[in-house]
Design a protein around this ligand. Structure first.
Ligand code: ZN
Length: 245
């Protein structure tokens, strides 16, 4: 296990510290439209935080409350085609309601790995974004794709009003930090923020990995599998399996 996968780095206390580091470094927390448009000469660096909600939104609601207590706003991308939660479930709707009442923005997380034709992906995005917006009575502008390593999504052009967070400019022109599978890919997020290396920066967070108490990736996945009445082998992705082995 490398230094960037230390379980203690994924506690709510550690996340609060990251938000404070960003604030001390002068980062202004912005939505993706503002981040995308550039700063037009503004003096402060800009940070947009995106949460991809892959598993039960309960953990996301906790992060949303923490962010609100720090005066932070971010975008929560919900997955209507998730295998692990349903937007129809009352507890899920309650969690999403809490996130929105905490002042955050709503985004779409979509699994396009089973849709080979890009035009069909665009249609699915438009349909699902509309339906998510109607369901929660909140605008949906931000789109993130689930498992982007399995199907190329950067070339997908979305209609005006929708932002594909995997467009090349979000990597070429804007800094990118991700906690995917409790691994910062060799970066120290605190150092990246405090150095102000990026005038525009996107931080991708998966709320499921962040907890009050530190725990390993396997512990969290086993607990979730038990909650969902699944065998861990049905839940753990090949990418996760590679890290765990
Ligand atoms: Zn995902």
């Amino acid at each position: 296990m490398g230094p960037d996968t230390r379980p203690e780095a994924f506690t709510w206390a550690a996340y609060r510290e990251l938000l404070r580091t960003a604030a001390s470094a002068g980062y202004r927390l912005v939505d993706f439209g503002t981040l995308d448009a550039g700063e037009g000469g503004a003096s402060e660096p800009a940070l947009a935080i995106r949460h991809d909600v892959d598993y039960v939104p309960h953990w996301a609601a906790r992060m949303a409350a923490l962010e609100q207590s720090e005066g932070a706003r971010s975008t929560y991308c919900l997955q209507p085609d998730s295998l692990y939660y349903s937007l129809d479930a009352p507890d899920v709707q309650e969690a999403v309601g809490e996130i929105l009442r905490s002042g955050h923005w709503l985004g779409l997380h979509l699994d396009a790995t089973g849709i080979p034709v890009d035009d069909r992906v665009v249609e699915a995005v438009v349909t699902e974004a509309d339906s998510l917006a109607v369901r929660f009575d909140a605008p949906v502008r931000v789109v993130s794709f689930h498992m982007p390593g399995r199907r190329s999504v950067g070339q997908i052009e979305l209609p005006d009003g929708l932002v594909n967070t995997y467009s090349p400019r979000f990597f070429d022109q804007i800094g990118y930090l991700s906690d995917s599978n409790m691994n910062w890919r060799g970066e120290d997020p605190s150092a990246v923020l405090s150095s102000r290396r990026h005038r525009r920066l996107q931080l991708l967070i998966h709320p499921f990995w962040w907890r009050e108490e530190s725990a390993s990736m396997l512990e969290k996945l086993e607990e979730l599998a038990a909650d969902l009445s699944l065998d861990p082998s049905e839940l753990i992705s090949p990418e996760q399996r590679e890290i765990l082995d």
